[in-house]
Ligand binder design. Structure first.
Ligand code: PMP
Length: 471
């Protein structure tokens, strides 16, 4: 149906009476004016579009009666007897300051102190979706990195790491028994979140998630069964494989999302750790701007790999109705992310500006590229003929298959026993397989090791494989 889209002013226009391949009508928002982003006219999916995507849990959840009224507190002249906000004069903190290394000159450190307003923002309860200073910075970043302008039908929520937001999004979308698409292998940290669902695995290879595998699943879908609601994918330096999905494949996946009516959860903590030689492929969040209707992509970013993992800041960017549902979960579960870490991060990042943030992330990715290069050299030197792998272009992982000459499952035993006896710890690939499938692959992280340790670890692995091949 969308193939029948007309081209108006060089922009593809969805046919308002068109349907998705499963018969669900494509709702085109005629109420909202088209928004001009300077390059093209962007047409957003309307709020009603998301109704069938919500889980039973999200449908039952109600806004927090107190937090829903928070914005009224700013009404001039109004005396608020509303919230149980503690009186800040009882807090002992009088100043908070920290020092940070300069990305442009790593030998220099700058001292930063939260000003009066920042201190007040950091110490008091704040908005559910995030402190305004950090939310504003994220809006600017998403325009800088992904070409998404503020006010164009999407918004931001801050989470305690992206993990927090992934859980809230999955709970808002998937009810027990719902079907979802998941790249396989997949990040072990989300697998328990999908346990209540039917997980349909989509193959991946060194070019990332495979649209041909997905197309064949969707085209052979049982008649009468509801199609998957959502795809979960890690597009850069995937955990565990290290694979980065090519631009061509990303476009094909977006087209499949439109044809088969599913949402895309783009979990992208390794976006700023891309060190490939080819230009960085655009994110799904950017690419969907070329779609006839925008609003299928829910993007997850993390500051864990570039600023600090312990500071626990991630952010979700996507359609307003989905973010609102996630905020309702936050209002119930933890009210908000710690104000102090949000304000520390926004103070630092606002002092840098986006160009300096980019320089910082380039420094970080160059750091990991060096480690990747050492790892690759050692893999070639010691494991040629003993393992199979593809060189990662982003992130911090190698994914390789042990060539033991026996059953694939044996590698799990070898990694869990013989390797540890020899003094090398890696993760058996099985923990990354949806539906508890077995695999002969192993994941190794190269983020923390120096050259000597990488060399030693891979030599130990070589000895373990050689020993397993002879016994
Ligand atoms: N997604 C993926 C793919 C990850 O590898 C991680 C971290 N291991 C996360 C999400 C969670 O990151 P955080 O909560 O620290 O932002």
């Amino acid at each position: 149906p969308l193939e029948a889209a007309a081209v108006v002013n060089g922009v593809k226009e969805a046919n308002p009476v068109a349907t998705h391949s499963d018969g669900v009508p494509i709702i085109v928002n005629t109420a909202l004016p088209k928004i001009t982003n300077g390059i093209s006219q962007v047409k957003h999916l309307p709020a009603e579009f998301y109704t069938p995507f919500f889980s039973d849990a999200a449908n039952k959840r109600k806004p927090s009666p107190i937090r829903a009224l928070f914005p009224l507190e700013n009404t001039p002249g109004l005396i608020s007897l509303l919230a149980g906000k503690p009186n800040a004069s009882c807090f002992p903190f009088t100043s908070i300051s920290f020092t940070a290394r300069s990305p442009t000159d790593p030998s220099t450190e700058t001292s930063l102190e939260l000003d009066k307003n920042e201190l007040a923002e950091a110490l008091q309860y704040g908005p559910t979706g995030g402190e305004p200073s950090l939310v504003n910075w994220v809006f600017g970043l998403q325009e800088y990195s992904h070409g998404r302008k503020r006010g164009e039908g999407w918004r931001v929520s801050i989470g305690a790491g992206s993990q927090d937001l992934l859980y809230k999004a999955i709970t808002a979308i998937l009810s027990p028994g719902d079907t979802m698409l998941i790249e396989s292998p997949a990040y072990a940290g989300v697998l328990p979140m999908f346990e209540h669902c039917e997980q349909i695995e989509v193959d991946t290879d060194s070019d990332g998630i495979d649209p041909a595998s997905m197309r064949s699943i969707l085209e052979n879908w049982p008649v009468g069964k509801r199609k998957p609601k959502v795809l979960y994918t890690v597009p850069f330096g995937s955990n565990p494989t290290g694979f980065t999905t090519t631009l061509k494949r990303r476009k094909e996946i977006l087209a499949l999302a439109r044809e088969h009516n599913f949402l895309i959860m783009e979990d992208d903590p390794y976006y700023y750790l891309y060190f490939g030689e080819a230009p960085r492929p655009a994110s799904y969040f950017t690419l969907e701007l070329e779609e006839p209707e925008v609003g299928r992509v829910l993007r997850f970013d993390s500051l864990s790999k570039v600023l600090s993992a312990g500071i626990r800041i991630g952010f979700a960017s996507g359609p307003e109705p989905l973010l609102r549902a996630m905020d309702m979960h936050t209002a119930m579960a933890n009210l908000q992310v710690a104000g102090l870490t949000q304000v520390m991060v926004s103070t630092l990042l606002n002092s840098w500006g986006y160009d300096t943030f980019k320089i910082h992330s380039q420094n970080v990715s160059a750091f990991y590229r060096k480690k990747r290069d050492i790892f690759e050299r050692c893999m070639r030197q010691y494991l040629t003929g003993l393992a199979e792998w593809s060189r990662p272009e982003a992130g911090m992982f190698y994914w390789f298959k042990l060539l033991l000459g026996t059953e694939e499952e044996d590698s799990e035993v070898v990694i869990r026993t013989k390797a540890i006896e020899r003094g090398v710890l890696a993760l058996p690939g099985t923990v990354f397989m949806p539906n508890a499938r077995k695999t002969g692959y192993v994941r190794a992280s190269f983020s923390l090791l120096d050259e000597e340790e990488i060399e030693e670890a891979i030599q130990r692995l070589r000895d373990v494989i050689l020993e397993a091949r002879t016994t």
